[in-house]
Design a protein around this ligand. Structure first.
Ligand SMILES: [Fe+2]
Ligand SMILES: [Fe+2]
Length: 315
């Protein structure tokens, strides 16, 4: 993987930026420029998450892989900014990053710093699946332009490495070996655990407006069928049901919440409050996989699941 990370590096200058931007109606131009502006912010957030992972990694190869991901995400952010400028043909207005993204960022970073690694990794994996499988793909289709297609092609190649490692870390943090090693270490002091829990609660409060402004609203506009967002959340739900992952307390809690939200009696009563607390929306909390898909996913390795998720982008 590290060889691939080194081999597949590229620069913003590899793209031919001299292509003429297409003539877009005002409404579409404003939407596209805004989404690319926000995309730059999401890519930088992803970069900060990988920087935290790199700091925490004890294995030098893994640390080098995460460090290369930090470089990838900054490159994606710069490309997103260039794309925003590229499509801002009429200068209808000035564009600034979504306030919900700015508000969410410090809380998310605190969780990554303080929460147990499997929880931090669960959010990173979910975020990358939403970004790569749903948002970027829908946005690229919506723009329907060669400049965006070429940029997204290179970005997707990087993202397939990121998702492979996200899934690999999911497997590691759910493994018998990791859990056994953790049992041998002294538990973190109560004050630290309380700080971690408080950070998680604060983050979740900002998560729903963030999810809506930066992912769901843009995806609704760019992929009104909802196919890609369901696809992304289905991947999240399926990896959470791998037996080793499903036994972790955090996953058990999330699956119980999902069952409650979808419960015919309890769901309508407590569902809204639970969704607000968890940062989600009802349509992505629905059970999105079939029994056959579950059986198929259970028989796959984590590596195969990652490949399958990345492949889903090209359907
Ligand atoms: Fe990225
Ligand atoms: Fe990424």
């Amino acid at each position: 993987m590290l060889d691939k990370c080194v081999r597949d590096q590229w620069t913003v200058g590899d793209l031919d930026w001299s292509l003429a931007p297409p003539a877009l109606p005002r409404d579409k131009e404003e939407a596209v420029v805004q989404y690319f502006t926000d995309m730059a912010g999401i890519e930088r957030l992803a970069g900060a998450l990988f920087a935290a992972q790199a700091r925490k990694a004890t294995d030098p190869t893994l640390r080098a892989i995460f460090a290369s991901f930090v470089v990838d995400e900054e490159r994606h952010a710069v490309v997103a900014e260039r794309l925003a400028r590229h499509y801002d043909a009429h200068r209808w207005r000035t564009y600034t990053m979504a306030p919900a993204l700015i508000a969410f960022r410090p809380h998310f970073l605190r969780v990554i710093e303080l929460a147990p690694p499997e929880i931090a990794n669960a959010y990173i994996t979910a975020g990358e699946l939403m970004l790569d499988v749903a948002l970027l793909r829908s946005l690229d289709d919506y723009v329907g332009d060669e400049m965006s297609h070429r940029a997204m092609h290179l970005i997707n190649r990087d993202e397939s490495r990121h998702i492979a490692i996200d899934f690999h870390m999911t497997e590691v943090y759910a493994s018998d070996q990791f859990l056994a090693e953790r049992r041998l270490r002294p538990a973190p002091p109560l004050a630290d655990r309380a700080r971690g829990a408080a950070a998680l609660v604060q983050m979740l409060w900002y998560a729903q407006p963030f999810l809506r402004a930066v992912f769901l609203d843009p995806i609704d506009k760019t992929d009104p069928s909802g196919r890609r967002i369901r696809e992304a959340f289905k991947r999240i739900q399926l990896v959470a049901r791998k037996p080793t992952v499903a036994r972790l307390p955090f996953t058990r809690f999330m699956i119980t919440m999902q069952d409650l939200i979808n419960h015919p009696v309890a769901g309508p009563i407590v569902g809204g409050v639970l969704l607000r607390m968890l940062g989600g929306e009802r349509r992505v909390a629905a059970r999105l996989f079939t029994a056959d898909e579950l059986t198929r996913a259970q028989a796959m390795s984590f590596e195969e699941l990652a490949d399958d998720a990345v492949g889903a982008k090209f359907n």
